[in-house]
Design a protein around this ligand. Structure first.
Ligand code: OOG
Ligand code: MG
Length: 269
């Protein structure tokens, strides 16, 4: 599915119309069919649609506060049937404080996944081939990402999911810690479930994220260079899910990354 043509084929009006369709799906919480059902488009087009979508959110007063990688784990690639990493943008409206309530009515069909987050401590010079991305992060934290594809039943092509800002919907970050070796740390995500139900538990390892989440930073630098996506000091980076995503339900969902800490959200209706 990632064997789309790279060069853009859509005109600006079509890019805008498709961004508007995805934006409306998000704001009205009504899913939409795959864009690829009706339009042939390339990866450049998909990132152009994503940029137009972000411009709409910014026009409503949202601020970009970070970036996220997707499909950095084999489990996620297999779950979604794709084979290359993707990058999307996080805005302040997507932020949920650690432990806070998150209203499930904000979403179409939310799923949650355990992640590792990094914090950029300075702007990243994308034009300098010698840029050392690891020296641009000063903290790491456990994170939960809530994804909510705007496509019906989470069915999308590689181009579709890029256009849809990589299903980004919300995220929570646990306590920041100084950067440390994050390779092969146990990851456990537990959902308490509704009263009387069994709840969910997902176990994994940070090794699922490209072998070591720090590699996600290098993949991010490469993608941001190719796509002209700026990386600024203070921004958050979500390195990508360590396990397959599970439906986000009412009750507490917590993620613990060994040696790093815990983060949680509470789904409410
Ligand atoms: C796309 C988002 C993928 C990750 O961590 O791999 C992602 C999706 O699965 O809908 O965020
Ligand atoms: Mg993710």
């Amino acid at each position: 599915m990632s064997s789309l043509p790279d060069p853009a084929v859509l005109d600006t009006a079509t890019v805008d119309a498709l961004a508007s369709r995805l934006d409306t799906a998000q704001t009205s919480r009504a899913d939409t069919p795959s864009l690829a059902d009706t339009h042939a488009f390339g990866i450049d087009d998909a990132y152009a649609i994503q940029a137009a979508l972000l411009a709409r959110r910014e026009a409503r007063g949202e601020r970009v506060v970070g970036v996220k990688l997707g499909f950095t784990s084999k489990a996620k690639m297999a779950q979604m049937g794709v084979s290359d990493v993707i990058v999307g943008r996080l805005t302040d409206a997507m932020r949920v404080a650690d432990g806070d309530d998150v209203d499930l009515c904000r979403f179409i069909h939310p799923k949650v996944e355990p992640e590792v987050a990094y914090r950029l401590c300075r702007d990243v010079d994308l034009s300098d081939p010698a840029t050392d991305i690891e020296s641009c992060v000063d903290a790491v934290a456990p994170a939960l990402e809530i994804i909510d594809s705007r496509y019906r039943d989470f069915r999308f092509t590689y181009g579709d999911v890029v256009a849809d800002n990589t299903s980004a919907a919300a995220y929570a970050i646990g306590p920041w810690r100084p950067v440390r070796d994050m390779s092969n740390r146990a990851v456990r995500m537990v959902g308490s479930g509704a009263a009387g139900s069994a709840g969910t538990e997902v176990i994994g390892s940070t090794a699922a994220v490209l072998g070591d989440p720090v590699r996600a930073l290098h993949a991010l630098l490469d993608m941001c260079r190719r796509r002209g996506i700026p990386l600024r000091g203070g921004q958050v980076v979500l390195a990508g899910a360590a396990t397959a995503a599970v439906p986000l339900t009412a009750g507490v969902t917590a993620c613990e990354v060994a040696g790093l800490g815990t983060v949680s959200v509470r789904g409410v209706r």
